[in-house]
Write a protein that binds this ligand. Structure first.
Ligand code: UDP
Length: 246
């Protein structure tokens, strides 16, 4: 692992990667990249590279796991062994099990589960290259993969972290900020601003928490725009098409 930097923010207010404190890393998405999945999305966010694939809705076996009145959404987050500096042991870990659980729950308020009782929707999020913020990157990719699979949703979910370095709040932590910073707060929210995932490492004062959540909300709004553009470029803008047809 690289050494702890002496400072994270310079006199000009710029971070080690040249960003301002409230700036997210550049994000690039591509939908429909896997032909055998019902929906998929490849997402790059700074140096993170993540692939999300959705299979279903399909019948759930064994049947005793079926939910009689709704669809079961299963979310599996996995870091490829080659995705980090020190190779990760393949297979599930406590960390990946926890991330899978909370990330799946982040979609509960938006996925309209009543439409496919007894069925299952499987979401796989594979981290190919990790550089801090992989759980949030995976959620951003998974939202688009779910939409690509045609899963009925009330809206999109976007996710971003906020943290603290050199005593200052910073949006979308990079690797050194995540590893050596004073706090890391990954958040996911619906497009209406309802928080669906909130975790915290480190310490923030109540005031910092409030300010950090405002920063993260702005970051998530930018991400929603990127997600929306990706959807429009793949499926077109229904409103515009409707207008043209008139
Ligand atoms: N990381 C690593 N090995 C691990 C877990 C994490 O090298 O076993 C790195 C990876 O770059 C990851 C970062 O540490 O993105 C931060 O990990 P964290 O657990 O905070 O999750 P993330 O920020 O990726 O959601």
């Amino acid at each position: 692992m690289s050494d702890k930097p002496e400072r994270f923010i310079d006199d000009e207010g710029l971070r080690l990667d040249g960003r301002r404190v409230d700036e997210i890393r550049p994000m690039k998405v591509e939908m429909g990249v896997l032909s055998r999945a019902d929906g998929s999305c490849y997402l790059e966010w700074g140096n993170n590279k993540v692939l999300a694939a959705v299979y279903g809705p399909r019948e759930l076996h064994p049947r005793r796991m079926q939910k009689p009145n709704e669809v079961l959404v299963r979310y599996k987050y996995n870091m490829a062994s080659f995705s980090v500096e020190d190779r990760i042991r393949p297979g599930p870990s406590r960390r990946s099990t926890e991330i899978s659980k909370v990330s799946g729950e982040a979609f509960e308020p938006v996925v309209m589960t009543q439409y496919y009782p007894g069925a299952v929707i499987d979401v796989f999020a594979e981290v190919l290259q990790a550089d801090a913020g992989t759980r949030t990157a995976a959620i951003n990719a998974a939202t688009l993969a779910l939409a690509d699979a045609g899963i009925p949703m009330k809206g999109l979910v976007s996710a971003c972290a906020v943290g603290k370095v050199d005593g200052q709040l910073v949006l979308d932590l990079n690797k050194p900020e995540d590893n050596y910073g004073q706090a890391d707060l990954p958040v996911a929210m619906t497009q209406d601003g309802e928080i669906t995932l909130l975790q915290m490492d480190g310490h923030l004062t109540p005031e910092e928490l409030e300010e950090g959540l405002e920063m993260v909300k702005k970051g998530c709004q930018q991400i929603i725009e990127i997600q929306r553009e990706a959807l429009i470029s793949r499926y077109g803008n229904e409103d515009e098409e409707g207008e043209e047809a008139e």
